[in-house]
Design a protein around this ligand. Structure first.
Ligand code: FES
Length: 379
């Protein structure tokens, strides 16, 4: 297949995210999967995934993430890891740790997996298990984090931060240190999928955020004093910024996500947009990346309305996040309302005010499970 002149301006998809399944034993109310995931049970076969990986590598992808749902649910994971290794990918498994065993951790290492990221919900079993919707999650995660370390992987622990666990920063970091983490990702909730549906019950107030930043910075300073190598990344919520994030480093510029049923997306949330996206069962990955209308939709700046079109920061933030613009304004062409120049910035200001006054408890959240998803399938 030949590439057109325009194709040459588009770089290769360096990051490939394989969302192997939407199945998951946990029920986190901030899951980024689609609300109606229960209506999308179709999954690519092992051979179809191996074919996607092969095509991705041929296009120039170097990093491969296995995620979901819970990717461990797929029994063919060792085969997919082995295939990815043969193709020369740097591979990362993003997991809750549920369904993992010491034997699997070792088998994945033998198959060539480079990296395992285990996610936690909190620093104590009560809160962790309440958020995860599973009574045994915390103990299992602890055991698996230790097994991952034991097997010699770089230890990456991820905590999704929201208003119910943001007070735990010091305890979370102490737990990570205790487990021997090399990297800790404190990722404040991004409001897509289930997290958007639960935003009022999850978004921290500005005061909570300021307190958390102080604690993280204090802990970081102590680590430096003690010459401790643990690295801490704190991703703060863009809802408290005045300029939008350069989402995905620009639409269709680096990231290519393949959903469980083979739908190819420029980001993991794009499925919610009123845009038709191609499927790997019907088109080659090369066609999808370079020539599909879905991937070309927001490339460049021709699509931009004001104030983005004449903004001198448009090459830096690319107009922000299309999914956020859609969720907050009903039109994905609009500037991301996080930007203070956006005429719809009031939506962000209203969310901040709501966070200052929110009283919702964990019991008020809509948990991510098939029963709740079916309600969204009907709506
Ligand atoms: Fe889809 Fe930002 S999450 S463009």
């Amino acid at each position: 297949m030949t590439t057109s002149h325009t194709d040459h301006k588009i770089g290769p998809p360096l990051w490939l995210l394989a969302e192997l399944t939407y199945r998951c034993p946990l029920q986190c109310p901030y899951c980024s999967n689609p609300l109606d995931y229960a209506s999308q049970e179709q999954e690519l076969s092992t051979q179809q995934w191996l074919d996607v990986l092969q095509q991705g590598r041929a296009l120039g992808a170097a990093q491969l993430g296995f995620s979901g749902g819970e990717p461990l649910v797929r029994q063919d994971l060792p085969e997919l890891i082995g295939g990815a290794r043969e193709l020369g990918y740097y591979t990362n498994l993003i997991t809750s740790g549920l369904g993992l065993t010491e034997t699997k951790v070792k088998a994945f290492a033998d198959a060539g997996l480079d990296h395992i990221q285990v996610s936690f919900q909190a620093s104590d079993p009560e809160l962790n298990n309440a958020v995860a919707g599973s009574r045994k999650a915390f103990q299992q995660k602890l055991a698996m984090a230790r097994a991952v370390k034991e097997a010699g992987y770089p230890m990456v622990l991820n905590f999704v931060i929201h208003r119910h666990n943001i007070h735990q920063m010091t305890d979370i970091l102490a737990l990570c240190e205790n487990l021997g983490a090399d990297y800790v990702e404190l990722a404040t909730c991004q409001y897509y999928g289930w997290a958007f549906a639960n935003r009022e019950g999850l978004m921290p107030s500005r005061a909570q955020l300021a307190e958390a930043e102080t604690r993280v910075n204090r802990y970081r300073a102590e680590l430096v004093e003690r010459d401790h190598p643990m690295k801490v990344i704190f991703v703060t919520p863009d809802y408290y910024e005045e300029r939008p994030k350069a989402c995905m480093n620009g639409w269709g510029s680096l990231f290519l996500t393949v959903a469980p049923d083979g739908t190819a997306l420029p980001c993991h949330s794009a499925r919610l947009l009123p845009i038709e996206f191609p499927n790997v069962t019907q088109a080659s990955l090369e066609d999808i990346w370079y020539r599909s209308p879905g991937f070309n939709h927001y490339r460049g700046d021709g699509w931009m309305p004001e104030p983005c079109r004449s903004c001198d920061e448009k090459d830096k933030d690319f107009g922000g996040c299309r999914c956020q613009a859609y969720l907050l304004t009903g039109n994905a062409d609009n500037a991301d309302p996080v930007c203070a120049k956006s005429p719809q910035h009031d939506r962000i200001l209203a969310a901040r005010t709501a966070a200052d006054h929110a009283t919702a408890g964990l019991e008020d959240l809509t948990y991510r499970n098939a029963r709740n998803s079916r309600v969204f399938c009907r709506s």
